[in-house]
Design a protein around this ligand. Sequence first.
Ligand code: ATP
Length: 505
Amino acid sequence: MTKRFPGVVANRDIALTVRRGTVHAVVGENGAGKSTLMKILYGMQRPDEGTIAIDGEQVALHSPADAIARGIGMVHQHFMLADNLTVLENTTLGAEKLHGIGGRARARIQEISQAYGLGVRPDALVEDLGVADRQRVEILKVLYRGARTLILDEPTSVLVPQEVDALFDNLRGLKEEGLTVLFISHKLDEVLKVADAITVIRRGTTVAEVDPAGTTSRRLAELMVGSELPSPEASESTVTDTEVLAVRGLTLTEPDADGVARTVLDGISLTIHRGEVLGIAGVEGNGQAELVETIMGMRAADSGSVVLDGKDISGLLTRARREAGIGYIPEDRHRHGLLLEAPLWENRILGHVTEAPNSRRGILHPSAARQDTARIVAEYDVRTPGIEVTAASLSGGNQQKLIVGREMSGDPALLIAAHPTRGVDVGAQAQIWDAVRDARRRGLAVLLISADLDELIGLSDTLRVIYRGRIVADADPATVTSEELGSAMTGAAANGNERPEGDTP
Ligand SMILES: Nc1ncnc2c1ncn2[C@@H]1O[C@H](COP(=O)(O)OP(=O)(O)OP(=O)(O)O)[C@@H](O)[C@H]1O
């Protein structure tokens, strides 16, 4: 199959064969063409050349509805469930014709849930479910619509190790029932654990089909980039005793969907020094996103304060906080990080309008901004035909590289990084880590939120565990394992150094 976009060939005569009853992984660098291939298979995009055959029969997929009719379903990376509806309502929405919306639908959901060990309860409210459960609901939704082949886009990026194992059990269950799973992943160790076959894509074309039994993650990564990889260097501590960020007793209450007040942040205190990376580990939904947005002034705390470089910035607007020296890599790059329909160079200015080189003495300076965008594109290896294309036309990983480059520019005192390498490939991940370590050596303080426990452990000088809006444990990144951290995050706190009640520094 071949698929061209203006200035890029996203898929170049790509070939893929997936056998029924297998788990098949697709790996490749950012921008290699994985998502494009999956979108074509799900009928979201049309190939310029080439054919698709299912069970030997050539098919034309003009829309996701066509794909579903042919038994192909997709679970997207960003879940698409309505929070205020139940599992039953979410599942039947748009599929009322299949089994109605009542008793028959409920029975069918229970049947599917049992058959594949998904443990999904039809009457649970989606907002009460954790990330892993929501993912199972997404899978169930696709199965409910009759899919025999499931496409999953980076399914493990939001899960803790224990949840990844559970998901893999589910995937094995599906394949034992004769279903087929096709998934994209950047986590090569995981791919090796679960896949029966691995297709490697480089620069838009298939370069290898690999048997997981006979390969290593390093070898896979080398196939992806087409050369040998540098080994990651261990880094010495650069932590100083100069405070950059001090958060004191931050408390936030917000109404839930029923209007009932809920404590989201419960007296959070933390301090980050020059040269220190402080990592926050937690299962998604335990307050880490709200913590970041409160520090950034996007939510108003009920009490507590945020002090940057000795100045209380609690009363400032988000823009003023950025100008005071905070770089911010947001969790949701589409909502808070980019203007998707604007060209790359305008995205360079976004959130940094008043700074050099984007403006001089209050006057916008497009040519300097353009030049600096070209610098970021080169330095962070953003794969793009140019800086005039829209952000929407970049692959997910390349969008992320652009944001990281932008937020590291202008030498911030503090970098708040929420999932900085989500969706980027191993090469780009190493590059972003290097950039953070370099900046840290120059005295940058970093607040790191990540669901990637290896990243948290590898990059942090200090680790704290957040659970239900409270810091419940500390862990030493030099000794803690990702399994121990995973258990501490799920509330067990057994393997971290649990903090006694009221122990705030
Ligand atoms: N709608 C589009 N318009 C223009 N170019 C596009 C569009 N979608 C994808 N591309 C380009 O096609 C190439 C392949 O992108 P794709 O999203 O398939 O990569 P990927 O392997 O999924 O990357 P990632 O791991 O970063 O998600 C990239 O160069 C990207 O910029």
